[in-house]
Write a protein that binds this ligand. Structure first.
Ligand code: ASP
Length: 439
């Protein structure tokens, strides 16, 4: 059996953290494929190496003197190497990086060196072979991840290895240049490697013991989530719950490989299991609550709207023409509301309003701003009566006015629109009624 282990930046920020990672890997001989991030923050106000690399390259791009910034980056790695008493010289690597920076090798190349160098150190520390991600992860001409080619090449390359270190976050373009995923993309690499080696589990090691039912900045010490399905997680991460990169789910999902989120600083905690499906009941009716502020609702009214075929399409066309994606579209008999991101919509609002008038000829259009959307997610809701009732009575008792309700047909989630200023109160009320009362 094989396990893929991905370690985030804070798990690899110093020699001390590297040692913890080393003992986690040694504790289980199945942990054979390792995907490291770049060194992250050692303390709160510290800088991530990835951010240092972006800043350093920005200077190089303007033909500025970037030597000071590059040597500060090198110091971070040297500190790890000497702290681990490794006999490893990065002279050649830094010479190459400096040259490539001068030749303007690109922002993605620059950022990718964070995981590349950490991968070299990790491989030396574990005595595992190092495989450059540029040789096994591919993007197409348009810069989209090339799933097919990557899986084919990587599966073949890794079939010959008992163990390997593959740095996270990047791959290569058809012309050989380096391209990165979006920020936090080492999670995606871990998932791709897991699929290629048909891992039994993808362990994603970070600095928290898994997902929490609600944001700890709103709910002090919220309860953790033991098991969550891919679908539930997708709903929650879309609505702002962090920890795992959104795109990390897709590669393992195709193979039914579970993801286990673990804490490098508390390896004894079992963390959160992310699975395709489970007969394990969640401890509470709801699995999680997440949400975002900063939405606008565009309320459109027209008498006899319900009888007019094509009205909705014409309204949505007005948004599409301005390149604005919509979030939710609740409707009534003579009304239709379109929820959009306020910051995307703001500059284009008058253009959209006049386009709606032109295309759909409504009676009135009214815009309301500063709204928040909250998703209450749970596979348990399907088989439990009264969930919506409990949510709304809890909100009423907390004096929160509900502006919008949307229950997905999967009965996996209920989306609630409230005013931005009621966001935290609403989340607290929902958490209390489902979780706190049951503890
Ligand atoms: N180092 C990259 C970042 O800071 C990628 C990662 O850590 O996953 O975004």
């Amino acid at each position: 059996m094989k396990k893929v282990v991905k370690f985030g930046g804070s798990s690899l920020a110093s020699a001390e953290q590297f040692r913890k990672v080393g003992s986690i890997i040694k504790a289980d001989p199945e942990r054979r494929f390792v995907v490291p991030s770049a060194p992250g923050k050692r303390y709160r106000d510290d800088e991530k190496v990835t951010d240092m690399l972006y800043a350093c390259y920005a200077l190089a791009e303007e033909d500025g003197d970037f030597s000071g910034k590059l040597s500060a980056i090198r110091d971070r790695y040297e500190e790890i190497i000497s702290g681990l008493s490794l006999k490893l010289s990065l002279d050649e690597e830094f010479k190459k990086i400096e040259e490539n920076f001068k030749n303007k090798a690109g922002k993605d190349y620059a950022a990718s060196r964070g995981e590349y160098l950490n991968g070299i150190i990790m491989a030396a520390y574990l005595k595992f072979p190092f495989i450059d991600a540029a040789e096994v992860i591919f993007f197409d001409e348009d810069g989209n991840f090339d799933d097919y080619k990557t899986d084919k090449v990587m599966a073949k390359r890794l079939a010959d290895e008992d163990a390997a270190v593959i740095p996270g976050f990047y791959g290569s373009m058809p012309d050989g240049s380096v391209k990165t995923f979006s920020r936090g993309g080492s999670d995606v690499t871990g998932s791709i490697v897991s699929r290629a080696v048909h891992a039994e589990v993808y362990e994603n090691w970070t600095d928290v013991s898994g997902f929490l039912i609600a944001d700890p900045r709103i709910i002090p010490n919220p309860v953790g989530i033991d098991t969550i399905t891919y679908k539930e997680l997708r709903e929650l991460s879309y609505m702002g719950a962090g920890v795992l990169h959104e795109d990390a789910i897709f590669p393992v999902r195709k193979e039914g490989i579970p993801i286990n989120i673990r804490n490098t600083n508390a390896p004894e905690d079992s963390g959160t299991w992310i699975v395709e499906s489970t007969c394990q009941k969640s401890r509470f009716v709801i699995t999680g609550i997440a949400g975002k502020k900063g939405f606008c609702s565009v309320n459109i009214e027209k008498d006899m709207m319900n009888a007019e075929i094509g009205f909705g399409r014409k309204v949505l066309q007005a948004f599409e023409d301005s390149g604005i994606s919509f979030e939710h579209v609740p409707s009534g008999i003579d009304t239709m509301t379109v929820f959009v991101h306020q910051d995307e919509f703001m500059d284009k609002e008058q253009k959209v309003v006049s386009a709606i008038h032109r295309l759909a000829r409504p009676d009135t259009i009214d815009i309301e701003s500063d709204l928040a959307l909250i998703a209450v997610v749970g596979r348990g809701m399907k088989s439990t009566r009264g969930t919506a009732g409990r949510i709304f009575s809890a909100l009423a008792h907390s004096n929160v006015n509900v502006k919008m309700i949307d229950q997905g047909s999967s009965e996996l989630n209920i989306i609630i629109g409230v005013r931005n200023e009621d966001f935290e109160t609403a989340i607290r009320a929902i958490y209390n009624i489902f979780v706190l009362v049951q503890l």
